[in-house]
Design a protein around this ligand. Sequence first.
Ligand code: GCO
Length: 435
Amino acid sequence: DAAVDVCGRFLKGAAISVWQNSFDEASNWTAFAIKPHSLAERVRGKDPQLRLNTSPDFWNRYHEDIQCCRLLGSNSLRLSLEWSRIMPNGPGQVDEDAVQRYTDILRACEGAGLVPMLTLHHFTHPQWFQELGGFEKEESIRYFEEWAVTAFKLFRNHMHLVATFNEPTCAAFTGYIAGIHTPGRRGDIATAGRVLLHMLRAHSAAYAAIKAQDGGGAVRVGLVHQQITFEPEGTGVLHSASRWTADWLTHCFGWDVVHEYLMKGHFAWRIPGGRPGHLEVQEPSGRPHVDWLGINYYTRVVLDWRLGFTCRPGEVLTDMGWPVVPEGLYAAIAHCAELGVPLYITETGLADGTDDRRAPLIAAYWQQVARAVADGYDVRGFYYWTLVDNYEWHLGYNMKFGLFEWLDAPPNAQPHPSAMAQRARAAAMAKAAAS
Ligand code: GCO
């Protein structure tokens, strides 16, 4: 059937989130980013306040972006369905224009030979849902399940591979402990744990609901996990705190928790200084509650004795300050393979304002995937993050992850320059990616 056909092919392409390429006013992230004096704004530093009418504008320029993706020799595009665009005003109230636009986008992808891989939650959701407490509240599970079923009913003809969440561990950590993503809370470990658990339960609920609707049909439902490992810098006494923190982070915000939840339906959550135990328990499913797993891999983190992020001597850093460790991608695949489901590299890439590091790193990552496939790992796709330079969350437009760039329009301004030539980053880049 169609899904087997799609899922049996090796998919390669670029990954985007629609919000990062086109803001919409009903999104919680838009509300967060434009809030005056928000942490996000301070971190953004010299970058001016989020300008709603200035963005790569995927929503209106998707034809160009799809052509760009095609030019790379891709057969797939990973993109998000924005809950806040489809349901800007409240649960059950679908915006027909947004549905039509998404239908056009998905048809355009297919017309260009790109299988859409869809994400139902890529860090963003409607502001109305946030105001109800977001994933801090148990009701979030029901709301998310409803959203997943609605998305399935609206787009089932275009849905082959769908991810419920993008990086739930990262969303909980950055939003409630690091405080750099919405809602910008710092050090709230207990809430971070609750949010993560609700996201994982919402994943399970959506997984079961979509499967039930689909009646054993074509759709494959996955989860996208950011596979990051934390290593202490050294082994001395002073490093024991960083070793302890590294272990704790890996357990609570790394692979351990996702694996444990998907296999057993619960996870043990250890709060520092608190007692080990289950926050909540869901009925064990007996087999992984997921048809495939997406791996987002960018780096591995080395913690110094003061718990700061550092790197090993001589390591190349990206503009994000992340060490480049291509063999870590192989390790991530080997690690995540223990779940026993097909794997997709749903994101990997780098921020590189100079463009010098991008092509060699893509080649190095690609080699690691080829090695993993040769070694028998069931890897079925590879997506580069990202297609066009976009809004990198709390870092605004300062980070250049794109294979293509867009020319900034003046504030409050002008339609975007639309010639595709103006988007093209070095042609060599595209060629390198294609090969
Ligand atoms: C993430 C997200 C992307 C980021 C990308 C670069 O991993 O945080 O999926 O939205 O933009 O990873 O940081």
